[in-house]
Ligand binder design. Structure first.
Ligand SMILES: Nc1ncnc2c1ncn2[C@@H]1O[C@H](COP(=O)(O)OP(=O)(O)OP(=O)(O)O)[C@@H](O)[C@H]1O
Length: 263
């Protein structure tokens, strides 16, 4: 069933008063978050959502509705003015991104983020910086990534900047996977990629889902995203709008996309 945010009972999914994790608040959640980049603007206005463990949660909405900003707040790159971020019921609102990484969270940012002058291997090593100077653990983590993505092993001595857009995307995914995250935030994974690479990116997201990782996906590619989704939220003008299980959205995608074109 698709619901309007106004119909969702307040306080649903709240943490247990004793601070212990209950299944009701497992996952990554944003509660009543208000955020913006400048004092006079408001990009997110009282937004709440939850990415359930092992599920794919998709966040959709027209351009400028605040989707990427929501990911930035969830990852700690932008501090909310009010509201809370919780991971498995524990408040992490002011926890910096590097500590969120240590808690098992990762962000796959939109667009090209490889270090072009560095080799593929050096780019992957950056993904393992949490392992510090523990060279053995870093080597083991790199080997696991190479086993998972054999192409990265082939390219390991190549300069990342010389790779194609699709190849660089794989390096970015590999870099994220060095830390073996359990909660993954993905921002527009297919922007600017050739269709054949786009398919591969969604296959990889499907594999991450099969592995029971928690995924929050922001995407302009509405059909591909909804096909993978367990639960969908939409934002409009920085506010919660619709939400519901995938099935409730599948038949309404055309109408939804059309309504966003007027923004
Ligand atoms: N770094 C920034 N500094 C200032 N304003 C920003 C910044 N990033 C985004 N904004 C503004 O915040 C609003 C929401 O942007 P955001 O990127 O979160 O939306 P979005 O829903 O992800 O849009 P799109 O689908 O176009 O990527 C926009 O008005 C945008 O101009």
């Amino acid at each position: 069933m698709m619901r309007h945010a106004a119909d969702v009972p307040a306080g649903s999914g709240s943490p247990s008063p004793n601070g212990l994790t209950s299944s009701a608040n497992a996952g990554l959640s944003m509660r009543g978050v208000t955020a913006g980049y400048y004092s006079h603007d408001l990009v997110l206005n009282n937004v709440s959502l939850i990415a359930r463990p092992g599920k794919v949660t998709v966040l959709l909405g027209p351009n400028g509705s605040g989707k990427s900003t929501a990911l930035r707040v969830l990852y700690g790159l932008l501090r909310p003015r009010s509201g809370q971020i919780l991971l498995d019921g524990r408040e992490i609102t002011t926890v910096p991104p590097q500590r969120r990484l240590a808690l098992g969270m990762a962000l796959l940012p939109q667009g090209r983020s490889v270090f072009p002058e560095l080799t593929v291997q050096e780019n992957l090593e950056i993904g393992g910086w949490l392992l510090g100077r523990d060279r053995r653990r870093l080597a083991a983590a790199l080997e696991a990534v190479y086993a998972r993505y054999p192409l990265l092993k082939e390219w390991r001595q190549k300069q990342a900047g010389g790779l194609s857009g699709g190849q660089q995307r794989l390096v970015e995914i590999g870099r994220m996977m060095v830390a073996d995250p359990r909660v993954i935030l993905i921002d527009e994974p297919s922007v600017g990629l050739a269709p054949v690479i786009v398919d591969q990116v969604y296959e990889e997201i499907a594999r991450l889902k099969e592995e029971q990782r928690t995924i929050l996906l922001v995407d302009q590619n509405v059909r591909a995203a909804v096909a993978l989704a367990d639960y969908v939220y939409t934002l409009e003008y920085g506010r919660n709008n619709l939400e519901g299980e995938r099935g409730a959205f599948e038949d309404r995608l055309e109408a939804l996309i059309k309504s966003w074109l007027r923004f």
